[in-house]
Design a protein around this ligand. Structure first.
Ligand SMILES: Cc1cc2nc3c(=O)[nH]c(=O)nc-3n(C[C@H](O)[C@H](O)[C@H](O)COP(=O)(O)OP(=O)(O)OC[C@H]3O[C@@H](n4cnc5c(N)ncnc54)[C@H](O)[C@@H]3O)c2cc1C
Length: 390
């Protein structure tokens, strides 16, 4: 097969959606296409929640339904089955983000252990994501990233947090479920890198169970990936790596502007794009030791990895390579690649509406930031709606 023949057809989307669901998605994306409206709605939503106004129902019927599976695992089953019918696996993502207390962190851990229990009996769920600040305090992670000198109370809280993450990774290992440790703001990342490496050394002896996340908008991440590959080779475990561009670009730039000093993230989108694709190359050159999850809505990066696999004569469903998108976004990539035979999963957030709102606001802001891509989503939904009329 030549390169041309390998070009992916990414037009296949929304095969199972009813017209009413398509109309809802269309309205959600139209709303997101208006940055001013998103800004005002995000602030109004946060204020309404603070005031205790009953807006949960309205949110649940609109943007929540578009981006989330449900408030509980049970409510998410239908979405998981629908995705599975089209060959797409689910990555469970308990997305509650609200408090900084030991009780809240323990509750998150219990929910994630429940998710592992659910996944072990469900062939459509092979992985789950953990958002570290749902399990450990942001301030503690930040302090640990800056210095190793925690006081005894902090040290105790830190050990308790590592223990929570270890319990999750251990249960996942036991039941052969993969765990993606999400990346967050750069202020906390050093500690998270250390935790992810510790868990990989412990649980990735036979295959990658635990995945570290690398945000390729960071200037240092390609070199860091090289170090991780070497470390995994020398210490004989599998490196699991989820590659993303990074969701906190505006925040990171704003912090750099405020504080001055070293620039952590690229200022040009093209630099992030080439770092991302170079990281894909590095992974594919080291597949004896590396499992990679290509977590992106970018068509070029999706095609780039598909082509690299083809050049290496790898089967499309090669076990160590995953493609992943967020539920409610870039369905055309997920459905088309699954139909073509690649391993594809969707991150499926679920949790109480109120606690998922920070996640929804991030998605709304991100979608307005990538208006070019949004235009494409709207166009594909319009085409699907037309097909349902015919
Ligand atoms: C399955 C999945 C899991 C994810 N997990 C995480 C996670 O754990 N942590 C996390 O931070 N994000 C995560 N994300 C979000 C991800 O980081 C991106 O924000 C999002 O996917 C958009 O990037 P893209 O690759 O889809 O493509 P694109 O839409 O092509 O790229 C947009 C991205 O490019 C970067 N960018 C934009 N403008 C510039 C500029 N001027 N200079 C340099 N770079 C720029 C930003 O990272 C922006 O998000 C995840 C995404 C997916 C699909």
């Amino acid at each position: 097969m030549d390169t041309k023949e390998q070009k992916l057809d990414l037009e296949f989307a929304y095969p199972d959606k009813q017209r009413s669901e398509l109309s809802r998605s269309f309205l959600v994306f139209k709303l997101l296409n208006n940055p001013l409206l998103v800004n005002i709605s995000s602030k109004a939503t946060l204020l309404a929640l603070k005031l205790g106004l009953p807006i949960g129902f309205a949110i649940k019927q609109t943007i929540f339904k578009h981006f989330c599976g449900g408030e509980t695992l049970e409510e998410s089953v239908k979405v998981i089955e629908n995705l599975g019918n089209d060959g797409i696996f689910t990555t469970l993502d308990y997305s509650a983000e609200s408090e900084e207390s030991a009780a809240f962190f323990e509750k998150t851990k219990t929910e994630i252990l429940k998710a592992i229990d659910f996944a072990k009996g469900n062939s459509l769920v092979k992985s789950l994501a953990i958002k570290p600040t749902g399990l450990i305090s942001y301030n503690l992670l930040k302090k640990k990233s800056e210095t190793d000198e925690l006081n005894s109370k902090e040290q105790e809280a830190y050990c308790a947090a590592i223990n929570r993450i270890d319990q999750i990774c251990h249960a996942a290992y036991k039941h052969k479920i993969e765990v993606y440790i999400d990346a967050e703001e750069s202020t906390t990342q050093k500690a998270l890198d250390d935790i992810s490496i510790e868990m990989m050394k412990k649980y990735n002896q036979d295959k990658a169970v635990v995945y570290i996340t690398l945000q390729m908008y960071r200037k240092d991440r390609l070199a860091f990936l090289g170090e991780l590959v070497e470390m995994a080779k020398q210490e004989r475990y599998f490196l699991g790596v989820k590659l993303v561009r990074g969701a906190y670009w505006d925040k990171e730039r704003e912090r750099e502007r405020r504080k001055g000093g070293e620039e952590i993230v690229f200022s040009q989108k093209e630099d992030t794009d080439s770092a991302f694709n170079n990281a894909l190359d590095l992974c594919i050159e080291n597949l004896d030791n590396v499992y990679v999850c290509n977590a992106t809505h970018n068509e070029v990066s999706s095609e780039y990895l598909a082509l690299a696999m083809h050049k290496k004569n790898l089967p499309k469903d090669y076990q160590a390579i995953q493609f992943s998108q967020l539920y409610g976004m870039s369905d055309h990539i997920s459905y088309s690649m699954a139909k073509a035979g690649y391993n594809v999963s969707k991150y499926l957030p679920y949790g109480p509406v109120k606690q998922v709102i920070p996640y929804l606001i991030r998605r709304a802001e991100e979608n307005t930031a990538i208006s070019g891509q949004l235009g494409r989503e709207i166009q594909l939904i319009e085409q699907a709606m037309e097909r349902k009329i015919e």
